[in-house]
Ligand binder design. Structure first.
Ligand SMILES: C[S@@+](CC[C@H](N)C(=O)[O-])C[C@H]1O[C@@H](n2cnc3c(N)ncnc32)[C@H](O)[C@@H]1O
Length: 286
């Protein structure tokens, strides 16, 4: 068993190396449990709160959702393809006294409905993470936290990358793990019209490109609005021109609308909103 675990760990680490170059499909993801101290750090990093729903894809013996329930008061669902691990996880949940808070589903992780989750946890091979990334971005609500052990999500840059020394593993080399944290951004790509509500200054057409949390406005870079990386639904940007709309803007995106507060160049404050054009026939919100 010791030897098998060591071989699987080597396989996982080899896969991490291959992920830096070409992605190699090594077949179904093997079962290798996350050390408890690393589980604890993942849940801390994701700031799991009482009542939140934590989903672990490929939940193994259930340790991640059990710890989320026991130590953070969360609810949890684990999706796991191996039925013997499901039984182990259910027994573990009963033993930990959290059987009412968690459940385990014997199903393929790609079939999981992620829309209700507040936190998603992953310890899967890079190739699986890459396949999951579009599903995460399409299904999960803005602001959902995704935390992964050891393997990243391809070219989606994490908000936090942290090296963790697993307290249970004597070898410093084998005990060193990486955990990553992402926040699912709202989708804001497309054409918008920005308006100030409390101090009208005309309207500004915004044509936004989005790459994960990074937003840029098309047009002349010298005068185009500049965006900070989005954090979930939160958006912040500065408008240099036209002078009537110049200022610092912050707010939230919600579907085809955004709204928030601005501080104009002269210090005046007020509220703003923006509306997305869905089709050429959409009414101009001015
Ligand atoms: C590296 S282990 C991680 C276990 C657990 N999440 C943890 O961190 O301790 C990956 C788990 O994913 C499961 N798995 C692999 N492919 C799967 C799939 N397509 N659907 C559901 N579970 C899968 C494996 O059986 C294994 O238990």
């Amino acid at each position: 068993m010791e030897l098998r675990a060591a071989l699987v760990a080597v396989l996982l680490h080899a896969s991490a190396l291959s992920a830096q170059g070409n992605i190699v499909d090594l077949g179904p993801d093997p079962y290798v449990p996350t050390p408890p101290s690393v589980v604890a750090r993942m849940l801390e990093l994701a700031q799991v709160k009482p009542g939140e729903l934590v989903i672990d894809l490929g939940s193994g013996d259930g340790r991640v959702v059990i710890a989320a329930a026991k130590n953070h008061g969360a609810r949890g669902i684990g999706f796991e393809i191996d039925r013997s691990l499901i039984r182990e996880a259910e027994a573990g949940a009963r033993e930990a006294g959290v059987a009412e808070q968690v459940r385990f589903e014997a199903s393929d992780l790609f079939e999981a409905d992620l829309s209700a989750a507040d936190v998603l946890t992953l310890y899967l091979l890079p190739v699986t993470n890459e396949k999951l990334r579009p599903k995460i971005l399409a299904e999960m609500r803005p602001g959902t936290r995704v935390v992964a052990h050891q393997f990243h999500l391809g070219d989606w840059a994490p908000d936090v990358t942290e090296r963790v020394q697993a307290a249970e593993i004597a070898s410093r080399v084998h005990g060193e793990r990486i955990v990553f944290l992402w926040t699912v951004p709202a989708r804001v790509g497309g054409r918008w019209t920005l308006l100030r509500e409390s101090a009208p200054g005309g309207a500004l057409a915004l044509d936004l490109d989005q790459r994960y949390q990074l937003i840029s406005a098309k047009g002349d870079a010298a005068v185009a609005p500049r965006f900070e990386p989005m954090h979930g639904a939160q958006i912040r940007f500065s408008v240099p021109l036209p002078a009537a709309l110049a200022g610092e803007y912050s707010g939230r995106a919600d579907g085809d609308a955004m709204q928030g507060e601005f501080v104009a160049a002269d210090g005046a404050r007020g509220s703003w909103r923006a509306v997305r054009y869905r089709a050429s026939g959409d009414r101009d919100p001015r």
